[in-house]
Design a protein. Structure first.
Length: 153
């Protein structure tokens, strides 16, 4: 996906078993972020940053949606343990991750693997991507602040 592309209509099933669709957010903006694995240090820091600044993001018109390859049960545990009250999509087949372009080769500790590339998409009220934060740009502990700084210009 690139800036100017529309996100897919069907996003997936969240930690509570609800189907999440782009049209559910018609007229609202979305922070759609992908993360490699629930309950890991970086992913927890990022999710908690977003949760801590959720009210500010909502005041700016944004809803938060997370997505990873984790199963529904793991997403639920992750949300419960960290007090996350936004949808976490369980994309076990990597359908959405591949459509978004955030599933691919990455290097960790000198090892090449295929997996989720930590990416954040800011989506406008019409479902169009307006900004993409790439893996190299994202600082997990302060990611919500990065988004807010961008929004505020």
């Amino acid at each position: 996906m690139e800036i100017g592309n529309r996100i897919p209509e069907v996003l997936g099933i969240d930690q509570n078993g609800n189907e999440i669709k782009a049209s559910d957010y018609k007229g609202r903006k979305i922070v759609l972020y992908s993360y490699p694995k629930a309950n890991t240090s970086g992913c927890t820091a990022e999710a908690c940053s977003l949760q801590a600044h959720k009210a500010e993001l909502e005041a700016a018109g944004y809803a938060i949606i997370g997505v990873s390859k984790d199963r529904v049960e793991l997403q639920k545990k992750f949300a419960d343990q960290n007090g996350l009250d936004f949808p976490l999509i369980a994309d076990t087949e990597t359908t959405l991750l591949q459509e978004l372009g955030c599933w691919g080769e990455k290097v960790a500790c000198g090892r090449r693997t295929i997996g989720t590339l930590r990416t954040t998409y800011l989506v406008n009220e019409d479902g169009i991507i307006e900004k993409i934060f790439t893996p190299k740009e994202i600082k997990t502990k302060i990611h919500a602040e990065q988004i807010l700084d961008y929004i505020k210009g």
